[in-house]
Design a protein around this ligand. Sequence first.
Ligand code: OOG
Ligand code: MG
Length: 259
Amino acid sequence: MEDELIHEIASELITAEENKQSIERFTKHRYPDLSVEQAYHIQEALIQIKRMEGDTVVAPKMGLTSKAKWDQMGVDQPIYGYIFDTMKVDGDIEFSNYIHPKIEPEIGIVLASDMQGTNITKEDVLENIEYAFSAVEVIDSRYTDFDFHLGDVIADNASSKGYIFSEERVLPDKIDLANEKVQVTINDEVVVEGIGSNVLDHPAESIAALVNMLGEKGQTVKKGEPIMTGGMTSAVLIKPGDVIKVTYSTLPTIEVAVN
Ligand code: OOG
Ligand code: MG
């Protein structure tokens, strides 16, 4: 795929985001053979455009890391994307900023030192955790009805659009990440429940997968970056008036309203 086309597809995704107007997935008619490799090239171009527009990358994130998400989205492997400073939700979730927002409860991890490699294991990660935090991701696929194949969603920066992190940090010896439970209620009704082991059997495995995927490209996962390890449950559509409460067994509770 030529650079010009890669740039053109990335621009289409950014226009869809800016206009809050969803588009048809590229694999449907236009590029049915879009590969994972090509898709990451498009994602890189998209990140580059946003940087030139003044946005700052906060951290990489993992996506599609649980069976609940695979079943929901019809895909079967983890991917990564990036979050930007402009995606931080301050106060309520402003519904009008989104096309069709969904929320996901996630476990966030900050590393104590940089990691690079292609054979990094869960154990390597567990020795290098500075702290954990709770996260609610607000995803907003640029594709109509969240209908995408793997290449489409990678190109679309893994549906990234919003995030809320707890301020309070939890030290690694105070939490069992695989057994950390989460419950999401909307307007006091339980909508989804999950556990850390839903995330590739262990959230640290998700970080290892991120280090190894970026390692294949000669890139490093840096200490100090707040990394989301991926939705622990299927994602939940939200609407104005919703009051969302995400309660974990150890990590801080996050409460947010949709405006
Ligand atoms: C892709 C979003 C992936 C996650 O945590 O699984 C992601 C999607 O479902 O639109 O952020
Ligand atoms: Mg997510």
